[in-house]
Design a protein around this ligand. Structure first.
Ligand code: HEM
Ligand code: HEM
Length: 254
């Protein structure tokens, strides 16, 4: 680390075009950081909309599975379960259409926009980086490698616990929905195969419910890791998902 120290101090040429142009950089003793534009606006917009939809889906889904006690009076007057289901389906549409939009964006966006949809298992470097990241999370290795997109462990977890589980929630969710709209509806035609495959309506409810817990566990770990990495790693994370730029805290090469 010591040899690389001057590399992340401000250099004379960094002052060109600033109000300090012409001065020597060394006495300023200012650090320089490299900033890379990673998460484009559609990805950021989708990330936060999707996070909001999932919060609504998890709360209302939980209440569908474990309903509050019945209220006195006509159900149509207070519409308690009606509102819970209405909110679930409204958020489900935002989630499903958002997912489709995110798939479409992967064709037009930068290379990082595609990381959500695959895991490069065929690359030796992926497994090496995955192992390195495991060692960092186990507090065995002190510094994580610098990553421009997701780190290998993040990419694998996001793919399994969000992308695949999200698709599963859409398939099982619309299959359950087709109970109301009928087998002739588009939901029935597109997802009618799901319920028989999973063993019927009750089993589909069960697996849809389990999917929620997979996503909740993912979110808990995700928020912990991005906050922890943001504080302790050599790169910014949370602000990168807000303004798109990933800043590196040093410019050393290791
Ligand atoms: C992250 C996404 C989602 C989560 C966390 C979630 C969660 C849940 C949960 C926990 C239940 C209750 C299951 C039970 O115990 O019986 C449920 C029910 C249901 N969900 Fe979802 N869901 C999601 C996405 C969707 C989507 C995309 C749809 C598509 C329309 C959908 C439609 C339904 C339907 C139709 C029911 C059954 C409602 C009823 O029987 O009254 N869900 N959901
Ligand atoms: C329901 C809640 C959430 C869900 C489902 C979720 C899901 C995701 C997904 C799928 C990605 C990958 C994005 C892509 O490649 O297109 C991602 C990235 C990210 N999320 Fe979230 N997120 C949630 C909440 C949050 C919160 C609350 C924060 C901030 C505290 C956060 C910060 C980030 C950051 C910093 C990244 C980029 C990580 C990296 O560069 O490796 N997320 N999230």
């Amino acid at each position: 680390m010591a040899a690389s120290k001057p590399a992340h101090m401000l250099r004379d040429e960094d002052l060109v075009g600033t109000n300090l142009e012409g001065l020597k950089a060394a006495p300023l003793r200012a650090r320089r950081v490299t900033s890379v534009y990673v998460y484009e606006a559609p990805v950021r917009l989708w990330h936060w909309t999707n996070a909001g939809a999932i919060v609504v889906l998890a709360i209302t889904g939980f209440l569908i599975g474990a309903p509050p006690s019945t209220l006195a009076g006509e159900a149509s007057a207070h519409f308690q379960m009606g509102w819970i289901r209405y909110l679930h389906f409204a958020a489900a549409w935002i989630f499903a259409v958002g997912f489709l939009g995110r798939v479409i964006w992967a064709f037009f966006g930068n290379i990082y926009s595609r990381e959500l949809f695959y895991v490069p298992v065929w690359k030796l470097s992926f497994w090496r980086e995955l192992w390195e990241e495991v060692l960092v999370y186990a507090f065995v290795k002190k510094y994580a490698r610098k990553f421009i997109g997701h780190n290998a462990l993040a990419q694998l977890t996001i793919f399994l616990c969000f992308t695949l589980t999200g698709l599963f929630m859409i398939a099982t969710g619309f299959a359950l929905y087709s109970d109301g709209t009928g087998i002739d509806s588009w939901e029935g035609r597109l997802f009618g195969w799901v319920m028989p495959l999973l063993g019927g309506n009750l089993a589909t409810h069960f697996w849809h419910h389990i999917g929620m817990w997979v996503i909740i566990l993912f979110v808990i770990i995700h928020v912990y890791t991005v906050t922890r990495e943001d504080i302790s790693s050599r790169q910014t994370l949370i602000s990168a998902m807000i303004n798109g730029y990933r800043n590196f805290r040093d410019d050393s090469r290791d």
